[in-house]
Every structure is written in structure tokens, then in C-alpha cells.
Design a protein around this ligand. Structure first.
Ligand SMILES: *Cc1c(COP(=O)(O)O)cnc(C)c1O
Length: 459
């Protein structure tokens, strides 16, 4: 089994968590209509619903909150952020915005003309939405390895570069507005992308004169995987790997709520294209606010500038990914199936394999998530048929995968919390055949997983 990697920090301030009994949780879950989104956070012990905006800021970041400059225009914290982006990514221009989707909102309409394609390894769901809102068509072009949860591959997040070039030729290069690389590849389970793949993708984009954009939410975790797994990178600093990766792109959008470890924030980075920057500024002012704060308070800019550096600290990343690997190795040893190897920010339990007696239309991913809550007060979510919903004719879609996602917040939970999680999953595996499926009794037309009501089945 993989040994733990000890936390490279000590704890100065604690936030108590309320302990609940199983009887209480049975009642809470019923009152929540068997939907984890209706649970009050106060009734949850280990909250693994998302790693977005749920990280713990450092004492330096909290000190930065006090130092934040709240000037409307030209505040000190803004310039500190610009300096950080220049230093870390080597980009001349940076536009702060309030979160990742805001970065997409101010950038994509300037890149995509109506009817153009955006080709990505995989689009995150908000990115997909903003490509469509810009009048474009999002196309996913991920490598084949991403599609098999049980098979090991170093870089399951990679673009299928051959297919990318084929698609550009098929659509016509004038009809492709952008090529996009999501690092790590969130929708494929936080799987990394190699430098080699980024370089080859950039070369194809350049050959056809297409703008190459990185979705940079997990810029640091991706670099850590490169250091671990890609030949020639073992002795490089994370900071150098990040700089190399971003040197191949023209721009990036970033949700700073992930690797930059702030609770709210985002950035558009532009390497050197002054016209692109002018266009982004013109979009930012009406939608986000004046360019030197972009929808954030000065204190948020200050914490973000600090968080960008903390995210690429070698010891921090070793602990962060080490936590994921520790949990993964415990579960592997116990024979629990999951998307293998573990991603950077989340573990995707293979509920289809764990609960083979529950058919897709009785939602195995959801059943497992609910069982985790009952077992130990852990909140996870379904990434499967329950989330997929119905087709336009109202027929339940059968998802290719039935996952239960455990997303791990940054610097929030200790190793014992992860032991609680592993023990709960293993206990559930022992009595998996007794676990029942669920039925939806009420659902809205779109994005039903957030608000639907369910009841347990009796058979
Ligand atoms: C979270 C995320 C986004 C959107 O960011 P928000 O801050 O939630 O708006 C975009 N892309 C990826 C890959 C993400 O993980």
C-alpha cells in the first residue's frame, strides 16, 4: 500500500464539525428528498461535494486579505496579481474576473464567430455552455484511454491530436475559432495532459492559424503529474514545468477556486496579443467591473496573487496528490473499483461495478452517494445516469459510466478524515448486495440532479 504523505502545514484555526448519529442521518436524508444538494452543510461530516472554492487559505493569504487595496482603479493588489501572472505563466496581460465561467464569458465571444467550432480535449460544462452562448459548437476530442476506467494510462486527459487535425481539415480551418486544452481534464476524472501532447496540439493549432487556449483551473496539479510521469521532467521544478506548458498557448481562462486556493476568483491570461487583451477589457467592463478589479474585492486579488504561488509549491503538491494516492491505494487493496489511476482532485468510484444489481435507471451512482452519507456523514455526488437526465422525448438516458465522485477540498481534511472515507466505502462494499436503487418522484426539466426528489426502492 502507498504510504501517507504527511501534511506540510500545521493548523492554527479550527472549524468544528458537528457529529451526527446514523438515526439522525436517516431522518436528514429523508427530509432532503434523498438528494445530497438539499442537505445542510452542517449535517455533513466530510464534505466531498466539490473541490471548487472549498480550500483552506493560508495565514499569508489571510494576512493578504487585510492588506488588500480597495481602490476602484489601479489598486496595489491588482498590480501584485499582474506581477504574479507574468512571473508564473510568462504572460504579459492578465484580467481578473469573479470566477472561471466569467473568464469564459469575457473571452469566448471575442474568439468565436457564429457557427465556428471550438475543439477541446474535453470541455468542462460551463465552458461548453459559453462556447454555445458565443454561437459556437463545442467538440470533444479526447484520447481513447480516457474511456476505459479500469486500464492504467499516464495521461488519460490527452487530446487525440491526429483526430484534431482531421477535424480541422473536415470543418475547414476558417471554421475553427479555437483549440482548447483543459488541464487537468476535469470531465475525464481530473486526468492529466502531458507536455508532449500540449506541444503537439499547439503545433497543429499554429499550423492552421487557430488560437490555442488553456483551461487552467488545475495548472499546478497537472504540472505535478508531468513531473511524476513524463520522461525528462523528474528533476524540474513545478514552477518551470508550469512556465513551459503555458509558453505553448496564446491565452488561458482560469477558475482560481481550484489550484489557486481562493474561495472566489478567476483570471483571463493573454500571452502577448494586445488586440485580444483590448477585446477582453471591452467585455469585462460591462459584465464584471472595471479592469483593475474585475468583479473581485481588492482583498480577493491580494489572496489570489498569493494563492497562485502556494498552488505550485512542490511540497504542497506532493501532499495534495499524495492524499489522493493514499485513498486510492487503500481502496485498490480492498478491491473497490474506481477510475484508475486517481485524478488530481477527485476519486470516481465505479458504482456500476460495485452495485451491479442496480440498473442504470435506478441510479447506482446516486445510491452509493446516499449510502456514504448514511454510513459516515460523507457527502459525494452522482456522475452517471441520474445526472444525465432524460432525452428530449422524456426517456431516461443510459450513461456510459455510473460514477460516484468524491472531490477533495485543498488543505481542509486530514489523513484521519480520509481513513473515515476509506473505511466507509469498504464497509459499504461488504454489504453492497443489500443496497437498493432509487426512483425519482419529482424532477424539473433541466439540470434535474440539483433539485429532483427521490425515494428508495423496496425490492
Ligand atoms: C470549475 C471549472 C470551471 C468553471 O469555473 P467556476 O469558477 O466554477 O466558474 C471551468 N473549467 C474547469 C476545468 C473547471 O474545473
Amino acid at each position: 500500500m502507498k504510504k501517507y504523505v504527511a501534511e506540510p502545514f500545521k493548523i492554527k484555526m479550527v472549524e468544528p464539525i458537528r457529529m451526527t448519529t446514523r438515526e439522525e442521518r436517516v431522518e436528514k436524508l429523508k427530509a432532503a428528498n434523498y438528494n445530497v444538494f438539499y442537505l445542510a452543510a452542517d449535517d455533513v461530516y466530510v464534505d466531498l461535494l466539490t473541490d471548487s472554492g472549498t480550500g483552506a487559505m493560508s495565514h499569508e493569504q489571510w494576512a493578504g486579505i487585510m492588506r488588500g487595496d480597495e481602490a476602484y482603479s489601479g489598486g496595489k493588489s491588482y498590480f501584485k496579481l499582474l506581477d504574479a501572472v507574468k512571473d508564473i505563466f510568462g504572460y504579459k496581460y492578465a484580467q481578473p474576473v469573479h470566477q472561471g465561467r466569467a473568464a469564459e464569458k469575457v473571452l469566448f465571444p471575442t474568439l468565436l464567430k457564429k457557427g465556428q467550432y471550438c475543439i477541446a480535449n474535453m470541455h468542462f460544462d460551463t465552458t461548453r455552455a459559453h462556447v454555445e452562448l458565443s454561437g459556437g459548437t463545442p467538440i470533444d476530442c479526447v484520447c481513447e484511454a480516457a474511456k476505459n476506467p479500469a486500464i492504467y494510462d499516464d495521461f488519460k486527459g490527452n487530446m487525440d491530436v491526429e483526430k484534431l487535425e482531421k477535424l480541422i481539415n473536415e470543418y475547414g480551418k476558417e471554421n475553427v475559432g479555437a483549440v482548447l486544452m483543459t488541464i487537468t481534464n476535469n470531465s475525464a476524472g481530473g486526468q492529466p495532459v502531458s507536455v508532449k501532447n500540449i506541444k503537439e496540439t499547439a503545433a497543429v493549432a499554429k499550423k492552421y492559424g487557430i488560437t490555442f487556449v488553456i483551461d487552467a483551473a488545475r495548472y499546478a496539479e497537472n504540472a505535478y503529474f508531468i513531473k511524476q510521469r513524463e520522461e525528462g521532467y523528474q528533476d524540474k521544478k513545478i514552477a518551470d514545468i508550469v512556465k513551459e506548458v503555458f509558453s505553448y498557448a496564446d491565452a488561458f481562462t482560469m477558475s482560481a477556486k481550484k489550484d489557486a486556493i481562493v474561495n472566489m476568483g478567476g483570471i483571463v491570461g493573454i500571452k502577448d496579443n494586445a488586440e485580444m487583451y483590448e477585446n477582453v477589457k471591452a467585455m469585462t467592463i460591462p459584465y464584471e467591473g472595471f479592469i483593475t478589479y474585475g468583479g473581485l474585492a481588492g482583498r480577493d486579488l491580494e489572496a489570489l496573487a498569493i494563492g497562485l504561488y502556494e498552488g505550485i509549491d512542490d511540497d504542497y503538491l506532493k501532499y495534495r496528490i499524495g492524499q489522493m494516492e493514499y485513498l486510492g491505494s487503500k481502496l485498490k487493496e480492498a478491491g473497490v473499483p474506481f477510475q484508475f489511476p486517481v485524478g488530481g482532485h477527485a476519486m470516481f468510484l465505479d458504482a456500476k461495478a460495485l452495485l451491479p444489481h442496480i440498473p442504470y435507471n435506478e441510479f447506482p451512482g446516486q445510491a452509493l452517494a446516499l449510502e456514504l452519507y448514511l454510513e459516515a456523514g460523507i457527502r459525494a455526488c452522482d456522475i452517471g445516469s441520474y445526472m444525465m437526465g432524460n432525452d428530449p422525448d422524456g426517456v431516461q438516458i443510459e450513461s456510459e459510466f455510473e460514477f460516484t465522485r468524491l472531490a477533495i477540498p485543498r488543505r481542509v481534511y486530514t489523513q484521519s478524515h480520509l481513513d473515515v472515507v476509506a473505511d466507509a466505502i469498504i464497509a459499504i462494499k461488504e454489504r453492497a448486495s443489500e443496497i437498493k436503487g432509487y426512483k425519482i418522484v419529482w424532477e424539473p426539466k433541466v439540470l434535474r440532479h440539483f433539485t429532483a426528489h427521490l425515494v428508495p426502492l423496496d425490492k
